[in-house]
Design a protein around this ligand. Structure first.
Ligand code: CO
Length: 217
């Protein structure tokens, strides 16, 4: 027998055993059904890994890349997050939380139409100081949110990032840091005009993501 042919046959047989049949089918199925998480943080993580020295530092770099840059999302202007729960309302008042991860605890507040006034209390459950992770609750027409926040930057942290005497502002709490609590009370009739209305944090960069809908129901 031709020794070359024999070798070729052996190679083919090994190759078939190694990657043919059920094994290949299973791999294909797995790849096809695994969703590709094409999100911005995933891309950032990949870049951070590629640029870092292999070893223990990789995990740290990736984590920082996904959490350190809230300003990167400041331009986003999608609808308010709908994956957050509705606020619990008792006696014409609600208490919501803001945290060090730049998140409100609720995505929607429904004010009972039987209330003449409504109170929103904000608890900052984080630890960061007001200058770094300040939160407030500002209520306005949704279409006024960006304008209020942009004009509020001139007020600075001492002015709570809210323009003083601005008629677009229906209600605004103080700007607080971690561990602090604040509240604001306003007439419900202020939410019975055109709408839609939103509540948001006017801290620079936060107003793009820390927001939700508020309506009389
Ligand atoms: Co904030």
């Amino acid at each position: 027998m031709n020794p070359k042919l024999t070798t070729l046959s052996l190679t083919c047989a090994l190759a078939l055993a190694a990657c043919g049949g059920d094994g290949a089918d299973q791999q294909d199925t797995t790849a096809a059904t695994t969703p590709a998480p094409a999100t911005a943080p995933a891309t950032d993580t990949t870049n951070a890994n590629a640029g870092s020295v292999p070893g223990d530092g990789m995990g740290t770099d990736a984590g920082m890349a996904t959490s350190q840059d809230p300003a990167a999302t400041a331009g986003a202007d999608a609808a308010p997050a709908s994956n957050k729960p509705e606020a619990t309302v008792t006696n014409c008042a609600t208490t919501i939380q803001g945290d060090d991860a730049m998140q409100f605890s609720v995505g929607s507040i429904t004010v009972p139409s039987s209330c003449s006034e409504f109170t929103i209390t904000l608890e900052h459950t984080g630890q960061l100081p007001v200058a770094a992770m300040g939160h407030n609750v500002v209520v306005s027409q949704a279409s006024d949110r960006a304008g209020i926040a942009t004009d509020g930057m001139a007020a600075g942290v001492d002015g709570g990032y809210v323009p003083q005497g601005d008629a677009r502002v229906i209600a605004a709490t103080e700007l607080i840091g971690g561990g602090q609590t604040t509240s604001v009370t306003f007439p419900v009739s202020a939410l019975q005009g055109g709408g839609p209305y939103e509540f948001f944090c006017s801290f620079p960069g936060h107003w793009a993501v820390m927001r939700g809908s508020i309506q009389v129901g």
